[in-house]
Write a new protein. Structure first.
Length: 335
């Protein structure tokens, strides 16, 4: 049982830090954060100089160097399982679940948390999911998949994520999935301060129209997808909220824009829709930044699961915010 106020995490495929900062809020300190994308790795270092960040391939990491780490976590690449792709699964060279399992075997963490897209929950991947559970069970873990919606954890978008949590058998009775946290703020509530920041006279009316959660933000990849808010169906969902999803703006609408203007989101706005803290900075050019944000694991969801894991591992004083503190932050976020 851990009696300190921090736990350690080895994080792979860390991206721009959505899962990273959520786990930090849950009481985890980074023994290592690995990310292959140069700009995303630079984003991690820009925000947390104290983290041990490695810009490189997860295949280059020797888990034996991190034996005894409390948690192995990662957002392994989603294209092998995404409905937007060919869903090649284990046949896709981007499938890094085998590497994650290798690291589990080498590092022997107390717990594992891996997240992916909803597509991995489909029936066609049932044998693949079962094979992963079998591997973990053979290594002494109790593992379970769960589909969670980000909107259930204070994030103003649906964004379903398929999560694998595994804990060593001695912790199996102590882990509980986090409970939904109530009604999320709307897109209008979260983004009104940004839409109004340059004096746009239509900001208040826009926010009243944007009175729902957003469609799932789609980041795309270097090969497919640019800086826009996703496929046709997603763009239609954004338009219903009064947002032009065909691109990303450099700045919020200004005072010279008509009241009935249909604005585009800035990267800063998309980051708030994803649940990033307002002070989180991103490295790179506009499209790279959008992809980093769009492909992230929303920090509030990572924090909720992380707190459940930390509690199961015996963290005496979980660093996750108390309910009343969360309420204060939520009110400040919605202006």
């Amino acid at each position: 049982m851990n009696t300190t106020d921090t736990l350690s995490v080895l994080e792979i495929c860390a991206g721009a830090g959505g899962q990273s900062v959520g786990l930090e809020q849950a009481g985890f300190g980074h023994a290592l954060a690995v990310e292959i994308d140069k700009d995303a790795a630079a984003t991690l270092m820009l925000n947390r100089e104290q983290w041990n960040v490695k810009q490189g391939d997860v295949r280059e990491v020797d888990g034996r160097d991190y034996q005894g780490v409390d948690l192995l976590a990662g957002g392994v690449p989603c294209p092998p399982f995404s409905v937007a792709g060919k869903q090649l699964g284990a046949e896709d060279e981007r499938d890094l679940f085998p590497e994650a399992l290798r690291l589990v075997q080498e590092a022997k963490p107390s717990a594992v948390m891996l997240e992916n897209v909803k597509g991995l929950a489909s029936a066609r991947f049932a044998p693949y999911r079962k094979s992963i559970l079998n591997r973990l069970e053979a290594m002494g873990y109790q593992a379970e998949w769960q589909l969670l919606y980000s909107s259930e954890f204070g994030v103003p978008q649906l964004r379903p994520r398929f999560i694998l949590v595994a804990v060593k058998s001695r912790y199996r009775t102590k882990f509980e999935w986090p409970a939904p946290q109530g009604t999320p703020p709307t897109v209008g509530e979260v983004l009104l301060p940004y839409m109004a920041s340059l004096g746009w006279p239509g900001a208040e009316a826009w926010a009243e129209k944007a009175n729902n959660v957003a469609p799932t933000v789609v980041g795309g990849s270097k090969k497919h997808g640019g800086a826009d808010l996703g496929p046709t169906r997603a763009k239609a969902g954004w338009l219903a909220l009064g947002v032009d999803g065909k691109g990303i703006a450099n700045d919020p609408p200004g005072s010279d824009m008509p009241i009935d203007h249909i604005p585009r989101l800035t990267n800063q706005m998309v980051a708030r829709i994803q649940g990033f803290p307002p002070d989180w900075q991103f490295s790179g050019r506009k499209t790279s930044i959008y992809r980093q944000i769009g492909n992230a694991f929303p920090p509030p969801v990572a924090a909720a699961i992380g707190r459940s894991i930390a509690t199961a591992l015996g963290l005496k004083f979980p660093a996750g915010l108390r309910r009343e503190e969360c309420d204060v932050l939520r009110l400040s976020a919605v202006g």
